[in-house]
Design a protein around this ligand. Sequence first.
Ligand SMILES: Nc1nc2c(ncn2[C@@H]2O[C@H](COP(=O)(O)OP(=O)(O)OP(=O)(O)O)[C@@H](O)[C@H]2O)c(=O)[nH]1
Length: 210
Amino acid sequence: MYETVGVLLAGGESSRFGQPKAFAKYRGRSFWEHSYEVLKAETDQQLIISRTDLVDRMKETATCQVIKDNVEVKGKGPLAGIYTAMNHEKAVWYFILSCDVPLITKHLIRSLLDLRHPTIKAVIPKVNGKLHPLIGVYHHSVFPFVEKQLTKQEYKIVSLLDKIEVLYVSEKEIGVDRNIFSNINSQEDYKQLLTNDKISESKLIDLDYQ
Ligand SMILES: Nc1nc2c(ncn2[C@@H]2O[C@H](COP(=O)(O)OP(=O)(O)OP(=O)(O)O)[C@@H](O)[C@H]2O)c(=O)[nH]1
C-alpha cells in the first residue's frame, strides 16, 4: 500500500469547453500533462482516471496506469473518478487533482500534503472564499462516504466535505498566488489564460531588456 497516491481526474464531458479540455495546450503541453507532472514529483504513485475514448492517447505519454471510470459510476462526475481511484489503488492518502488547472505548482501540492494530520480527513484550499475540492488531499477513510453519496445519487463534492473533518487553508496561509488555482472551464477562460500569459511573458522580456 502506498502512502500517497496522486489521482489525476481527466474524464468528464467538457461540455462548456466544447472539446476534451485535458488535451488543450498550454506552454507546449496538454493540460493533463501539467497536472500529471506535479503529481509525479510529489506523490509515491500516480493514477489517471479518464474516459474510454481518451485513455489510449494519455497512455502514449503517461508512465503510470491510465484507467476508465468504473462502469457503475461512469458519467457521474468527479466524485465517480475519486471512487474509481480509491477502489482501484489502496493508499493512506490520495491527492486528488483535476486536469484543468495548468498553472498548478509542485510547491502547492507539497504544501497541502505537509498539512496532513491524523485528526483530519481532507486538506482543501479555500481561495478568496471559494473551495477547491479538486485540488486537495483526502484520507482513505473517506471512501465509504464517497460510496454512500454515489448510491444516494448525491454527486456534489461539497456535500462530501460537509460530512468529514476538513482542514481548509487559504492561499495566504500557504503563501501562494491565487492565480495558480485558475481552472479552465470555457473557451473564454482559455483565451484569458493565453492572453494573461502573453502579457506576463512580454513583461519578462521587457525586464530582461532593461
Ligand atoms: N474520471 C472522471 N473525471 C471527471 C468526471 N467528470 C469530470 N471529471 C474531471 O473533473 C474535473 C472537473 O470537471 P468539470 O469541469 O466539473 O466537469 P466536465 O465534465 O469536465 O466539464 P463540463 O461538462 O463543462 O462541466 C476535470 O479535471 C474533469 O476532467 C468523470 O465523470 N470522471
